[in-house]
Design a protein around this ligand. Structure first.
Ligand code: TXA
Ligand code: MG
Length: 317
């Protein structure tokens, strides 16, 4: 029996029986289990080899359901939820006791999100529990944006992979909370800061740049390929490394190298399209025979900020 498919009923039965199902979302694939069942949640940490200090996002299909799991849903959250859900936005809200401490790594807040993918929304609407789901990759590696990416690394560790095609957005959700009277962004992602500020005004940005494990999940080195990745001017990198087999990630420009080593993320200079293509490009170069990968810095606006953040974390320091 195939482990990959579009059988929502099968996914539901596995999840009800404390199993693990990889689910498509518009950002990246998630590795899902019943968020209210500690045994199920433990399986996620094991399958990913993820440290317990790195908390999980819970997913449902309605604000009404989310209110069962959070003790307050303040005005700023309501405004952002109305503007962006279902979508690439995660909110940090005070948790109720029924959310296991394992899900939040003991923190008083739980991360919640309504993802925007038809298969997963249908699955969630058929479940009477939320799904805890980190990105479906081994801890520290690049997130998967296709079912085949999940299968390549976690095939043996999941019970089923719900195949929802290629993820539309391609990078993880933007994580937003509230601290010292201010809406605060903790992870750049699929919803741009500029768009969030149109709804709630100026926000604080508190992206963790350290490798301090006390700052859950915002580890500096993350999303990393196995091949060394450098951020540099592409022409000068090629000149500096004449003997190396180089994989290139560029925004919109073509370079005179072997086509199979060149990933132009958006020939039409569209940052959304570039984000959509980013992780698959890194994966393809990583599994090719290049020795190093060089990516150029993207424009620091809209999704370009999140792209640069992921490239930074993937890069050699
Ligand atoms: O787009 C996404 O967010 C994807 C899809 C599957 O929904 N999920 C995802 O999950 O990227 P993950 O586990 O790879 O990243 C979740 C991050 C954690 O590493 C942590 O930084 C933050 O969310 N987080 C989760 N719960 C938190 C909490 N209670 N307090 C602070 N940060 C939290
Ligand atoms: Mg992740």
């Amino acid at each position: 029996m195939s482990k990959i498919g579009i059988d929502i009923e099968k996914a539901k039965q596995i999840l009800q029986a404390v199993g693990l199902v990889a689910i498509p979302t518009e950002t990246v694939y998630g590795l899902a289990a019943n968020a209210l069942d500690e045994t199920a949640v433990l399986k996620i940490f094991e399958a990913k080899n993820r440290p317990h200090f790195d908390p999980l996002i819970i997913h449902t299909n309605s604000i009404e359901k989310i209110k069962h799991y959070v003790s307050s849903f303040p005005v700023w959250a309501e405004q952002l939820a109305n503007a962006f859900w279902p979508g690439a936005l995660t909110l940090l809200l005070p948790k109720k006791d029924l959310v296991p401490d394992l899900v939040t790594s003991g923190l008083p807040q739980v991360a919640v999100r309504i993802p925007n993918h038809p298969l997963t929304l249908q699955l969630l609407s058929n479940l009477d529990f939320p799904l805890a789901a980190p990105s479906a990759n081994p801890f520290g590696y690049v997130s998967p944006t296709k079912a085949a990416h999940v299968a390549a690394q976690l095939q043996d560790k999941v019970d089923y992979i719900l195949d929802g095609g290629t993820c539309e957005v391609g990078i993880e959700s933007t994580i937003v909370g509230f601290e010292k009277d201010k809406v605060t962004v903790y992870r750049l992602g699929g919803i741009a800061i500029e768009d969030i500020e149109k709804i709630v005004g100026k926000v604080e940005i508190k992206i963790n740049q350290s490798s301090n494990p006390l700052a859950p999940g915002m580890l500096k080195s993350h999303y990393a390929p196995l091949k060394p990745l450098f951020i540099d001017d592409i022409n000068s990198f090629i000149k500096k490394n004449p003997t190396k087999k180089i994989g290139v990630i560029s925004f919109n420009t073509t370079y005179p190298i072997d086509k199979k080593y060149l990933k132009v993320l958006s020939p039409s200079s569209d940052l959304k399209e570039a984000a959509h293509n980013l992780f698959a490009a890194i994966r393809e170069l990583d599994s090719s025979d290049v020795e190093v990968i060089v990516a150029e810095k993207f424009p620091e606006t809209f999704l370009g900020k999140a792209i640069n953040d992921r490239l930074q974390r993937a890069s050699v320091k």
